[in-house]
Write a protein that binds this ligand. Structure first.
Ligand SMILES: [Zn+2]
Length: 131
């Protein structure tokens, strides 16, 4: 199994949960015009991503959890670096990191949501081996 076929790679690099090759989103999450738009189906294995209307609405619950995790990680990072910040500075640093990472948090939340519902099927991954 190559790096591109691992669960974590597929999750973090926003790949199709079934074949781990096609892209989940229409474009980079930081392209604001198409921000976090999920493709209709996988370009590699033709998996239809939206299994029901508003399927990806549920990913907002995931994005809340990811946001909290990022906020905690930011705070821990300031402690590790050794900055002595007041409460307002801590809040400001957390808000800054969340704003910068917002597009990716939204995208990775949709990826986590999709990976929760679709299982990896190696037979689809090996279909386009020649690419
Ligand atoms: Zn696929």
């Amino acid at each position: 199994m190559s790096l591109q076929q691992t669960y974590l790679y597929s999750l973090l690099f926003l790949k199709c949960p079934r074949c781990r090759q096609g892209d989940l989103l229409e474009s980079n999450p930081y392209r604001i015009a198409k921000m976090n738009k999920v493709q209709k189906q996988c370009s590699s294995c033709a998996l239809k991503y939206a299994i029901e209307p508003s399927f990806f609405t549920g990913s907002m619950y995931v994005s809340y959890a990811v946001g909290v995790a990022v906020a905690i990680a930011t705070y821990v990072l300031t402690l590790v670096i050794g900055w002595t910040l007041g409460p307002a500075e801590i809040l400001l640093s957390i808000i800054s990191v969340l704003v910068v990472l917002m597009p990716y948090i939204g995208a990775v939340s949709k990826s986590i949501w999709a990976h929760f519902f679709f299982k990896y099927e190696p037979k689809f991954a090996n279909k386009n081996k020649s690419l």
